[in-house]
Design a protein around this ligand. Structure first.
Ligand SMILES: [Zn+2]
Length: 264
């Protein structure tokens, strides 16, 4: 094979690995950011649950003291009822006592509601705290992983960059310019051509002469249609030449297929 072509094939491989590594390095901080956003969400949920519990607590204290007030009123009315002169006065005091008692029942119901709410809030808080703990551990692990992966990627990038430089220094300048231009334009600068004479990049058929030039490996051949630099991939060895028994078995199976038989 033309030595520039061999180097170009290696260069494209190195360039695509460099691009993949750079993309990975760029994506890693975003993954960490996503986990941190999730953590912030869990923390906010915990804080709002804690705030609600605190509010419940102070409401409960307020209702407790209101119950005490009502109880004091009741005992005051009872004391007064011992000294009343008329039935009307007595009935009025009894009515006040009943009203205070109904107030106490309402307050007790409110306290019960808070107690029920507190139980479910406690459960929610426990779950949120457990989730936060697990997420925090996962976050640290993910950060460690990201740091490690970044370091590994950077080291690999350094090796690949050196390989890239070395490969480029061995390739003709004009060919390199063409390679860079097509790579930038199309994302790949090389295309494989198989026995069917079709450019693997743009699927256009090669004319006979360029195809012959390509097979002979004597010179760089460029696709007229997409400008990619072409390289020829010879057909695989025929089944009877294959040494692997599995391959010939597969070929026999293929031959036994009714569809295949019908087309022959
Ligand atoms: Zn092409």
């Amino acid at each position: 094979m033309n030595s520039d072509l061999q180097k170009l094939i290696e260069l494209q491989e190195v360039d695509s690995r460099i691009a993949a590594l750079k993309a990975e390095v760029a994506a890693l901080p975003k993954q960490v950011q996503q986990i941190e956003a999730k953590l912030a969400g869990s923390k906010a949920r915990i804080e709002s649950t804690q705030a609600a519990m605190k509010a419940d607590d102070s409401a409960r204290r307020k209702y407790d003291s209101e119950i005490q007030d009502q109880q004091q009123k009741i005992s005051k009315y009872r004391d007064q009822s011992l000294n009343v002169k008329t039935n009307d006065e007595y009935r009025a005091l009894l009515h006040e006592i009943q009203f205070a008692e109904s107030q106490i029942r309402t307050l007790e119901d409110k306290i019960l509601e808070i107690m029920v709410a507190t139980d479910s809030r406690k459960d929610a808080l426990k779950q949120a705290e457990a989730a936060l703990k697990a997420d925090t551990a996962a976050n640290e692990k993910e950060k460690d992983h990201a740091r490690q992966q970044t370091a590994e990627d950077e080291a690999q990038l350094a090796v690949l960059s050196a390989q890239r430089k070395e490969l480029r220094s061995g390739i003709n300048d004009d060919t390199l310019r063409h390679y860079d231009r097509v790579l930038k334009l199309r994302g790949s600068a090389l295309a494989a051509v198989h026995e069917n004479q079709m450019c693997g990049g743009c699927s256009v058929m090669l004319r006979p002469q360029p195809f012959q030039d390509l097979i002979s490996h004597q010179q760089i051949v460029i696709c007229d249609s997409c400008q990619r630099i072409l390289y020829f991939i010879p057909p695989p060895p025929k089944p009877e030449e294959a040494k692997n028994a599995a391959v010939s078995e597969a070929a026999q199976e293929e031959a036994a297929q009714p569809d295949e038989a019908a087309t022959q």
